[in-house]
Each structure stands twice: as structure tokens, then as C-alpha cells.
Design a protein. Structure first.
Lengths: 169, 83, 169, 83
């Protein structure tokens, strides 16, 4: 199941609903992505300049997406996970709009009879989501707004799971 | 043909969406980008680095050689950064 | 942080507490192990015998542990995770006592700036816990009580992370 | 010396805990298991397959050659199955 929404979600309620009344579930793996107060490439205070300024301080983040295509891609990624692993249930919730540090952005959860399938499929979902679902992050820093660059590491993480035949490049 | 711009492509072109009617000789994604780049200085600047632009035709990722035709919804955006 | 307890736990409350007031957390990975209604080695109904009996039907499970040593081992495994990955927070809750199918047995959660560290350390914690923490499962089936055998696959999963120098064999 | 039994070792020996005073020549884990096996038929049966028995001395995993001494807490149990 996939959901794209502006509102926050409750992790406990979502995960409980995913396994309720299904005693065939032995393992439930979940991943939550949260807004950090520092850009991932930020370094410690700049001692060279003597200013002690923290590069990349993030005050808020706005997530833009492509309504319609987002849902289509998430559904496809979710279906691919079910094709590859014996899953009892799965859930992807991705928020859009403005969020502050500490807020939840995304929840991915997979339930299976076996823990290895749950772990692998959960990681697969977030890896492919990060490189194939049309979301873009705009960070608000003391210097203004800045669109976050895609990370090479995310491409590598997605490529571990092989290639799809529907996302160009 | 409906053109959608996202993230910095929207910021640079100054528009999120525009309806265009490219000439007949624009038949594929690459041709469409070339033609769009000629619409304004802002478009030219936004589309300068083609490696940084991803394209979806009717909500499916498309390659430069993939066809476009009247009535298509074509979206231009940078590599995605969700999750 | 580790906890060994008889009572159930609330996943949402536990995970929220783990990341609250720490905007350095970018990714939170968790794993929940639940009581299944079938023994993992159970097969479909026995068509040979014509009885249609489901092998390995589990009515309940009782988890026994070694108080004192359990906490010691869990603390050591948790410390090892922090030594190997840059973690902002971690949590292991393991229950003991009698549980029915669908009930939660264990929660493992790790929070880090980066998702790869969260995923790997979470999997490490559950893999080592399964082979090193002194817990034993007694399944109640229609045929009576049965101590669950250790699984070779669990040894292999634990061995992926290298050897420790404190658990014999 | 305190001996603890868990899981089917407890079921088979019929006891979860016993205090024993092995003779002086019992100096390591292997020797202790041999001596315990001689205490009763139930003990012998429980300890028949040594490969299936794990030992902890003072709450640390121990090998057959590891020493034991008066005052130790020695636990015998099958391979663990938690999680």
C-alpha cells in the first residue's frame, strides 16, 4: 500500500495496522526518514575562517512532488518488492510540503514470515524510492533556499538491486 | 502539449506549467528540449545542462530519443531527491 | 539502551522517544519480531496421510531466558553496534514469558544520520541477538510443548558480521 | 558451585538449579560435564550429546577447556533461539 500526503503519520498506528490479524508475519522491518538540521554534506564549524559558522544549517525543508506520477512510481516500486520477496504486507507513506528538523518525511515498512525478506525488501523500497519517485527537496538555510542535489551514493544503493526497465538512466 | 517544470527547473524558467504547440519537426524528447530552450533566455539557462534534466512523458521516464506528440504531458525536472 | 521485560511495548512510543529532540537523526530503522502461528519449518497440510493436518501449528510460545546474563549480552551487543556504526541512538527490547500468535517478541531500533548505518546496525543487532543472547523458545502445539531448535541460517546471518571474542563457538 | 539448567536441559534433568560440590580433580568445563552426567540417569540423558550443550561460567560463554572452580555459577543450555 502506498500513500502520498501532506499530514504527518503515527508510526505505531501504521505498523500495528500492517500486521494486525495476520499471524503469518514473523518479522516487520521499517525505515523512517526524518528532516535533519544539517545538510548531509555539512562539515563541522569552519575553523579556517575563524567564524565558527556551521555550513548547511537547515531551518526547514519543503518537499515538492509530481502528483500522479509519484503515486504511479511508488505503486510500481511496491509491486516490484512483492514480486521479489514473499511479503505479507508493505507500506510506503511519503509526505510533501514544508517540514522542520525532526519531522518525519517517509515511512517504509515490510512484513514477512522471515526477517531477511523484511530487511531486504524494506531497504530495496527506500533505495528505489530515493532514485525513482519524483520528489525534490528544497532546504531553507540562513543563506536562503537551496535545492538539494541528488547523491551519487543513492544511485549506487539503488543499483545494488539491479536495473528496472522503466526509469530512464 | 502540456509542459511541467519541477524544482529548480520551475525556479529558473519562472513557470510551473505551460501549454505549447511545437512545430511538426519536433518529434522526440531531445528535439523538444532544443525547441523549448529557444523560447526565452530563462528557458535557455534552465536547459543549458541537459545531463541535469530528467524527462517524463505522460508520467513515464523518457530518453532523449523517445517520441513526443501533441496532447502529451511532458515533465522536466532534476534528478529526484525524496526519501 | 536495552530492556528485558515481560510486558508488551508500544512501537510508536518507543521509536518516537528514540529520535525526539535529536535533529541529527536522518534515518531510523527498526525490526519487530512477532509470534507466528506456524513453526518456521511447517509445511502445507499433509496430503500423503490424507489427514490434512497442518504441521507445526503454534498456539502459544513461552520465552525463557537467563536473567543477568541476558542483559549483559544485550548490553555488549548494543555497545558493539555503537562501536561499528555512527549511531545517534539505539534500542533493544526483548520480552520473556508466554505470548500468543501475533504478539510482539522483540524490538530492535537504530537511529543515525545516514540510512545505511541505520539499516546495517539494526540487522547486526538482531542477527547477533539471535545467536548470542540466552533466550529459548518453547512452542505449544496441538501435540504438546516443543523446544525450538536453533537454525543454521541464524548462525550464518550472525557470521556475516565477523566473529566476536566472547561467545564460545 | 551453582549449576543452572535452561530449556530442555532443565526439562530433562528435572531441575532448574542445583548446588554441587565436585571433587578437586574437576577443574574445567569438560570435566564438570562428565561429573554432572554421573549424578543420575536423567543427567546422563540430558548431557549425552555434548555438541548440543552450551556452557556459561559466571555468565560468560565458556569452552570445554575453560576452568571452573568452587563458587562459580555454571549454566548449561541448548543453542539460543531468541529474537
Amino acid at each position: 500500500m502506498i500513500r502520498v500526503q501532506r499530514e504527518d503519520f503515527e508510526i505505531g498506528a501504521e505498523l500495528d495496522a500492517l500486521t494486525r490479524d495476520n499471524p503469518g508475519v514473523g518479522g516487520l522491518c521499517s525505515f523512517v526518514g526524518l528532516v535533519r538540521d544539517l545538510h548531509p554534506d555539512a562539515r563541522t564549524p569552519d575553523s579556517e575562517s575563524g567564524e565558527g559558522r556551521v555550513h548547511g544549517e537547515v531551518r526547514a525543508m519543503t518537499l515538492e512532488h509530481y502528483p500522479g506520477m509519484t503515486e504511479k512510481m511508488l505503486r510500481r516500486i511496491d509491486a516490484e518488492a512483492h514480486r521479489r520477496w514473499p511479503l505479507e504486507a508493505s507500506l510506503v507513506i511519503h509526505r510533501y510540503g514544508r517540514m522542520e528538523p525532526g519531522e518525519r518525511i517517509v515511512l517504509v515498512a515490510t512484513a514477512s514470515a522471515h526477517r531477511q525478506a523484511a530487511f531486504e525488501s524494506c531497504q530495496f523500497l527506500i533505495d528505489w524510492l530515493k532514485t525513482k519517485a519524483p520528489f525534490w527537496k528544497l532546504e531553507e538555510t540562513p543563506d536562503g533556499g537551496c535545492w538539494v542535489d541528488a547523491r551519487v551514493g543513492d544511485d549506487a544503493a539503488a543499483a545494488r538491486w539491479g536495473r528496472d526497465d522503466w526509469a530512464a538512466e | 502539449m502540456q509542459i511541467l517544470y519541477f524544482a529548480w527547473l520551475k525556479t529558473h524558467t519562472g513557470t510551473g506549467q505551460e501549454t505549447v504547440d511545437p512545430p511538426e519537426q519536433v518529434r522526440d524528447v531531445a528535439g523538444l528540449l532544443d525547441w523549448l530552450a529557444g523560447r526565452s533566455e530563462a528557458h535557455a539557462k534552465a536547459l543549458r545542462d541537459r545531463q541535469a534534466v530528467r524527462v517524463a512523458v505522460n508520467q513515464e521516464y523518457a530518453r532523449p530519443s523517445d517520441p513526443v506528440q501533441p496532447g502529451d504531458e511532458v515533465a522536466l525536472f532534476p534528478p529526484v531527491t525524496g526519501g
